[in-house]
Design a protein around this ligand. Structure first.
Ligand code: 5AD
Ligand code: FES
Length: 330
């Protein structure tokens, strides 16, 4: 399993007869390289305004039926403080590509949050080198930007007016600037092949990503992909398990989209290679509006409920909650 070739990966992805063995091997590698601790990252979805048109995403700018919101900088810092008081050691700031948050505004938010002595991850899309550099200098530690698919043709179909090479440039710049870099892909996009999923996994290894988030595609009614079939939970889990087996010591979240397709999805993911969960710490009033895909979990809960819920689930499978910052292990 150590030196899987592209052909091996394709074969494993196509053959479902050994899935349980694959998942338990990924679980073993997870335990060996990153242990039993689960890192919790407090996720703040601070704006659902987005200038982009990703065909799969419910927040795309053409979707006029979303009630848009923006959380003001001081409130973002306040929510981060509440999350830190609840025990979170990492805050993740995620948003659509919303130009209201200029480089200066972002830097002020970053500085405000870093005063709370937490690790900070940003997930707000494609920026230029100087902006990423300014965020880093302001104190940001990590950045998430999924490649979504490494199939350039499919990428271009899914992202009108977007540039695949620029996405790659973002990942490279972030690496050069010393961020911990997170990327990942969607599983089950229309016309996506098993071969391209194998390439996705090899790409994660090639760029030496520190974090990989993988989730099934879930069709959203207000997007051009509304009639497309949903991605498969099992296939997404397999891509995740193989990623653990190949990249070993990285951080892998049990994603919310997995739980949307399977009521026990995050726990199953934690037992198949994942070691991170990103509970929502945004106040309840905004949650339903951040509808990237339908059926998103936790939209009626509040931050305290989610923290309690996920802690209980993690402990029920004999794992522990980490009390450190959860950087990539050596
Ligand atoms: N189904 C599943 N995941 C989605 N994302 C966006 N739209 C969907 C969807 N319809 C994922 C993308 C993005 C992340 C924040 O959410 O991979 O990077
Ligand atoms: Fe939000 Fe379980 S994590 S309700």
């Amino acid at each position: 399993m150590e030196n899987l070739t592209r052909e091996d990966i394709i074969e494993i992805l196509k053959d479902d007869s050994q899935n349980e063995a694959l998942f338990s091997y990924a679980d073993k590698i997870r335990k060996q390289y990153v242990g039993d601790e689960v890192h919790l990252r407090g996720l703040i979805e601070f704006s659902n305004i987005c200038k982009r048109e990703c065909k799969y995403c419910g927040l795309r700018c053409e979707n006029k039926s979303v009630e848009r919101y923006r959380i003001m900088p001081d409130d973002i810092i306040l929510y981060a403080k509440k999350a830190v008081d609840m025990g979170y050691k990492t805050i993740v700031l995620q948003s659509g590509e919303d130009e209201y948050y200029s480089c200066d505004i972002m830097c002020k938010i970053i500085e405000g949050i870093k005063k709370l002595n937490v690790a900070l991850t940003l997930s707000c899309g494609e920026k230029n080198y100087d902006e990423y550099k300014a965020f880093k200098n302001a104190g940001a530690d990590r950045y998430l930007i999924r490649i979504e698919t490494t199939d350039k043709k499919l990428y271009e179909k899914m992202h009108p007016h977007a540039d695949f090479e620029n996405r790659i440039r973002c990942l490279k710049d972030l690496g050069k600037l010393g961020y911990e870099v997170g990327t990942g892909c969607l599983v089950g996009l229309p016309e996506q092949t098993i071969e391209s999923l194998a390439d996705d996994i090899l790409f994660f290894k090639e760029i030496n990503a520190d974090m990989i988030g993988i989730g099934p595609f879930i069709p959203h009614q207000q997007t051009p992909l509304k009639d497309a079939p949903s991605g498969s939970f099992n296939l997404a889990l397999k891509v995740m398990a193989l990623t653990r087996i190949l990249l070993k010591n990285i951080n892998i979240p049990a994603t919310t989209a997995m739980e949307t397709l399977n009521p026990n999805g995050r726990i199953i993911a934690l037992q198949s290679g994942a070691n991170v969960v990103m509970p929502n710490v945004t106040t309840t009033e905004y949650r339903a509006k951040y509808e990237i895909y339908p059926g998103k979990i936790c939209i009626n809960e509040n931050p305290t409920q989610c923290r309690g819920c996920i802690e209980g689930k993690i402990k029920s499978i004999g794992r522990t909650i980490s009390d450190n910052y959860g950087f990539r292990s050596n």
